[in-house]
Design a protein around this ligand. Structure first.
Ligand code: NCD
Length: 364
């Protein structure tokens, strides 16, 4: 495995994913063989945004490998509250740790951190953008329970606009064969345009629908998500959409016997508690598999040699107009762009770079 950072799932080659999954399976079967795999290694977990599962599973993953963990779960308890930049925090902690796990409300934060870190950076969620270790968790769950990631019909349901777990999962599933997506959301929470462009460019079959009941019988996997309250600027819009999809035992009656109901968690009200005892509800197992997937990732990255990164240019004005992009607040970042499905995009947050006059109100 040759990747150094995991800022998005696309940092992994197909061989990397296969090797990580094989190692995850082995850890699940023989956890006792890995209790010293990270002996003497230290992970720094920087969580600029609330988290329970991701933070706890990264912590327990490192502990189960015999390593140690430090960091913060609330930036207000660190020098960030004194105005320290992301660059300075990363330069400092990368001198203390062997691997950095970063969650941020800013899109592209992990990519930005990777420019300054002497040690690997793992993206544990960057705003509404990506969440590649949740994707490792999700793929591990489907592989382990279903035996294949090919030939399936998957329903993604809920807040597809703001749900970073969905965006990561879609990009990852581009590599597998014969997958059909039902994108189930209210119109105002539809999957972003750039994700549709991505799916079209990768010949991924997809249908956008608003009605969950109508597609239920066809699904092999139903991936429920919560309406992401913290990403709404208009609370009336949140109120309009909360509770719009609630999976009940009654709805489950119309589904396949082999259906897998997944959810990255936390759940608010989108899955009724009565569904929890249905054997097809696998979301709590999924959370446990996530710990094993993160053990596999940490074991691989915490032993990488330290490498001082090459100096990068100092930015002046952000070229990306996404108001949630890390370049909007950390102004020293170089204005990096890359081509994604034929369009010039911000290399941090993935948003298309377009002339100022084409910017819609919601983007500024
Ligand atoms: C998700 C996240 O943080 O994006 N949770 C998680 O990491 N397990 C989903 C969510 O918060 O809704």
């Amino acid at each position: 495995m040759s990747f150094r950072h995991l800022t998005q799932f696309d940092d992994l080659s197909m061989e990397d994913w296969d090797a990580l999954y094989q190692q995850t399976s082995d850890i699940m079967e023989h956890p006792e063989a890995y209790t010293d795999a990270c002996h003497g290694k230290v992970s720094c977990n920087l969580f600029y945004e609330p988290s329970t599962r991701t933070n706890f599973s990264f912590q327990t993953a490192m502990m189960r490998l015999g390593g140690n963990v430090f960091g913060f779960a609330d930036p207000n308890s660190s020098s960030v509250s004194k105005g320290e930049s992301l660059k300075d925090t990363i330069k400092m902690v990368s001198g203390y740790a062997d691997v950095i796990v970063l969650r941020s409300p800013k899109e592209g934060a992990a990519k930005a951190a990777s420019l300054y870190s002497d040690v690997p950076v793992i993206n544990a969620g960057d705003g509404g953008h990506m969440h590649p270790t949740q994707t490792l968790t999700d793929l591990t769950t489907i592989m382990h329970l279903r035996g294949s990631l090919d030939d399936m019909c998957i329903g993604l349901c809920g807040d597809l606009k703001n749900g970073r777990t969905v965006h990561s999962l879609v990009t990852a599933l581009a590599r597998f064969k014969n997958i059909k997506f039902y994108l189930i959301s209210p119109r105002e929470l539809a999957i972003p345009r750039y994700m549709i462009d991505y799916m079209n460019a990768h010949n991924m079959r997809h249908v956008e629908v608003t009605n969950l009941d109508a597609v239920m019988p066809q699904l092999d996997v139903l991936y429920m998500t919560r309406i992401q309250k913290e990403r709404f600027t208009d609370m009336a819009a949140y109120e309009r959409n909360r509770g719009v999809y609630i999976l009940t035992a009654n709805k489950m009656e119309h589904a396949k016997k082999s259906l897998l109901v997944m959810h990255p968690l936390p759940r608010v009200n989108e899955i009724a508690v009565e569904v929890d005892d249905d054997p097809r509800a696998v979301y709590f197992k999924q959370a446990r598999y996530g710990m094993f997937a993160r053990m596999s990732l940490l074991k691989t990255l915490a032993s990488r040699p330290r490498i001082e990164p090459d100096p990068v240019a100092i930015g002046e004005l952000p070229v990306c107009h996404n108001s949630r992009c890390i370049t909007q607040t950390e102004l020293y970042l170089p204005p990096l762009t890359e081509e994604i499905v034929g369009k010039e995009c911000c290399a941090y947050c993935g948003h298309e770079i377009y002339p100022m006059e084409n910017i819609a109100d919601e983007d500024v």
